[in-house]
Design a protein around this ligand. Structure first.
Ligand code: NIG
Ligand code: FE
Length: 412
């Protein structure tokens, strides 16, 4: 099926295939064409350009989008959207004065979600999770990384990863799966976490590899969770199985997680709310993408990742939702883009680059997603009528979306 969009007010993020990420000053540039056309063939982008250069060919459908903007759909490179139940009671506990860490130390937090998930059937887990992802698609997310990590037993981690796989097969968005068995230490291993780490390395990893259930490996490298040594052991084992690291570091404490990630050629290091100069230096000499999760800072009231500092140091930056039941219950990437501007002082151009092309790089899919480029997948957001793309972050809390197209098909 050939579809031709005409009279596009602004066609954003038009790039060549060689541009797989943007960094530093280049993040402030968002290439776009005013009064453009865009031609889709099947799943892919066939051609685009100025309306004045349009040569009319035979096409199956012409869609006039006068007044509207078209941009690549959001690439959300960090989520925990597969979970069971919710943690709204912990939300209220926090409003009443308890901290996120205090709740976790009392057996709540990730362990609370793990208990609920272990007692939820695979069918029910799928039903709850797929509903959330359908909502995200309506909000413009076209590629999504989803982590395990609320199973914390071999059986339940595999259950989560199977649910992630099925979501990727049944829904029209692109899904990448990350194994996060090292998300928290289960209660029964509290006094001897090495037994749990052994289980991850010697039982979970081989089985996940055998069943081809994950693309990436993640560890929550944080005080009270997994130390540098624990993280290194897990990354070492996982990379032997071909899993590329994407790790949680520097959420509350900076103690070398960034350097370790870079040493293990991590695709991304995520969170970075606490960042020191050594971390910054080590990132400068690497291909590792820093990822900020401003929804988590907003919801927990913790510092925002110093995005300005990272970009001004010449580094790239991606932004992602971190959608999860404890620290970031919303996966609305439109709001994440607004937060990046309002709270992290990123420009609309930087925030949109961070949520599209750099988000795609952060999932290792920027060859096919994240920009308007001939041959890339036709994953598009068509906005409501607006004066310019600056309205996307400006109208925070609103949805700028008129229609979404994924792999060349309009989503209902
Ligand atoms: O990225 N920090 C670790 N993991 C998640 C939160 C998990 C939870 O609270 O359930 C995060 O914020
Ligand atoms: Fe996370």
């Amino acid at each position: 099926m050939d579809i031709l969009f005409t009279n596009i007010k602004e066609l954003l993020q038009t790039r060549s295939a060689s541009e797989v990420k943007v960094k530093g000053k280049s993040m402030g540039e968002l290439p776009h064409i005013k009064n453009a056309f865009l031609r889709i063939r099947g799943e892919n982008i066939l051609d685009f350009g100025l309306m004045t250069d349009l040569i009319l060919h035979q096409t199956d459908a012409v869609v006039d989008v006068t007044g509207k903007i078209i941009l690549p759909s959001w690439c959300d490179s960090h989520s925990h959207v597969v979970y069971a139940g919710d943690r709204s009671q912990e939300f209220v506990d926090r409003l009443n004065g308890l901290s996120y860490q205090e709740i976790a130390a009392n057996g709540g937090g990730i362990l609370n979600s793990a208990e609920t998930l272990q007692n939820t059937s695979e069918t029910a887990l799928y039903a709850q999770s797929v509903q959330r992802v359908k909502e995200l698609i309506k909000l413009g997310t076209g590629a999504l990384e989803i982590k395990s990590g609320y199973g914390l037993s071999t059986e339940s981690e595999l259950k989560m990863l199977r649910v992630i796989k099925t979501i990727g097969e049944k829904l029209p968005l692109k899904v990448k799966a990350t194994f996060l068995g090292a998300h928290a230490i289960p209660k029964k291993y509290k006094t001897d976490k090495t037994v749990y780490i052994d289980l991850i390395i010697n039982t979970m990893l081989p089985e996940i590899h055998h069943q081809k259930l994950a693309d990436f490996i993640d560890v929550f490298c944080e005080k009270g969770y997994f130390s540098l040594e624990d993280t290194e052991q897990i990354l070492e084992a996982a990379t032997r199985y071909g899993l590329v690291p994407k790790i949680h570091v520097n959420q509350f404490n900076a103690f070398g997680g960034v350097g370790l990630g870079v040493r293990y050629k991590a695709l991304t290091v995520d969170h970075l709310e606490v960042l020191n100069d050594d971390d910054l230096d080590v990132l400068k000499n690497s291909d590792t993408m820093p990822v900020a999760l401003p929804g988590c800072s907003f919801f927990l009231g913790i510092p925002y990742t110093p995005g300005r500092k990272l970009i001004d140091a010449g580094l790239p930056l991606a932004i992602a939702s971190d959608m999860n039941p404890g620290s970031a219950p919303s996966g609305n990437m439109n709001f994440i883009v607004s937060l990046a501007c309002i709270k992290m002082k990123m420009t609309p151009e930087e925030a949109i680059n961070a949520a599209t092309l750099n988000g795609a790089y952060a999932m290792d899919i920027s060859e096919h997603y994240g920009s308007i480029c001939k041959g890339k997948k036709a994953n598009l957001i068509i906005t409501k009528n607006m004066s310019s793309y600056r309205q996307i972050p400006y109208l925070y809390g609103n949805t700028p979306i008129y229609k979404v197209m994924l792999h060349g098909k309009f989503v209902d």
